[in-house]
Ligand binder design. Structure first.
Ligand SMILES: C[S@@+](CC[C@H](N)C(=O)[O-])C[C@H]1O[C@@H](n2cnc3c(N)ncnc32)[C@H](O)[C@@H]1O
Length: 304
């Protein structure tokens, strides 16, 4: 019996070694016990809860799991496996801890300035525009877009699909309530992005939080969508997915970029994060560069 289970373990280890991304392996040099534990955790999460993190960038996933271990009081990563299977509260905390949800309004103001100056004039030529923003976290990016579109006079002719795979952050995005302490930075970003009004006019201030005007949500559809497992949104004029691909390995980046290419109509715009690029992806030949620094691309053809 002991012999048989150790054989099974050898097969599993072999499967895991075969499945390891070679790029990441060369960084990690050699597979060790911790690598095996991490692979087993990710497979467990996938099998039991349906979230597939197996093609997330390995080094960053490893760091987040190690941090999670420190905070959990457990000794070994593999001790998380039974808790992931049986303990709902543990899994909720686990998911929260391995997700990176950092965001802010008008993040990278130059990006929003570029949208204002280079994309809006083009979108204005359409009677109606459809936008998909993927991986929106707590929604600051979406309210930024809504404000910009309203100031540029196209908000009433657009629909924005705002998606994330995490229901907790989507709920915050739907509510549009944020700490008042963030408004100083948000206001500065708004002004640097070419904002035309008084930023405080867009929200109602409470004691230590603010709520964004509900009219900004009129044309926003918030929805759960997982970039790893869910399908395309059709005929988009613009897809925005910023600071999400950076957490994926190259294989998953290629898959998601393909999803975006299928979702975009010809002459539609793809917007990525400051540290993300199309350059080495299989979708790159479909696009021309609109603003390299702002990571804005235009889809010039449908097939390679
Ligand atoms: C760092 S935040 C980026 C937020 C915003 N786009 C920005 O640039 O400020 C990354 C977001 O990607 C989401 N995310 C990660 N994996 C995802 C997946 N497979 N499908 C959809 N969203 C995902 C996370 O839940 C998180 O909210």
């Amino acid at each position: 019996m002991a012999m048989e289970s150790s054989n099974n373990m050898n097969i599993l280890i072999q499967d895991i070694e075969d499945g390891l991304d070679t790029e990441e392996l060369s960084e990690e040099k050699a597979i060790d016990h911790e690598d095996i534990e991490i692979r087993l955790i990710l497979e467990t999460v996938k099998l039991v809860h349906g979230y597939d993190f197996t093609n997330y960038a390995y080094a960053s996933m490893k760091r987040r799991l190690e941090k999670n271990l420190d905070e959990s009081g457990l000794e070994k990563l593999s001790e998380m496996i039974p808790l992931i299977i049986h303990d709902k509260d543990f899994f909720r905390r686990f998911l929260h801890n391995i997700s990176v949800n950092f965001t802010e309004m008008f993040r990278d103001p130059h990006f929003f300035l570029s949208i204002r100056q280079m994309i809006i004039p083009y979108l204005k030529t359409y009677p109606f525009v459809k936008i998909w923003a993927a991986g929106i976290s707590t929604g600051e990016e979406i309210y930024s877009l809504a404000i910009l579109f309203r100031e540029e006079g196209i908000y009433d002719n657009c629909i924005i699909y705002a998606t994330d795979f995490n229901d907790n952050v989507l709920e915050i995005a739907r509510d549009g309530i944020y700490p008042a302490a963030d408004m100083k930075l948000n206001t500065a970003n708004y002004q640097r992005s070419g904002g035309k009004e008084s930023f405080a006019g867009y929200y109602h201030a409470g004691y230590d939080s603010v709520i964004f005007d509900s009219s900004l949500k009129k044309n926003i559809v918030f929805a759960n969508h997982n970039l790893v497992t869910d399908g395309v949104f059709g005929e988009m004029n613009m897809v925005i997915c910023r600071n999400v691909l950076i957490y994926f390995n190259k294989k998953l980046q290629d898959h998601v970029l393909e999803l975006f290419s299928q979702s975009l109509r010809r002459n539609g715009f793809l917007c990525l994060g400051a540290k993300e690029s199309l350059e080495f992806s299989t979708s790159a030949p479909l696009y021309s560069v609109v603003d390299k620094a702002a990571r804005i691309f235009k889809k010039k053809r449908d097939v390679l």
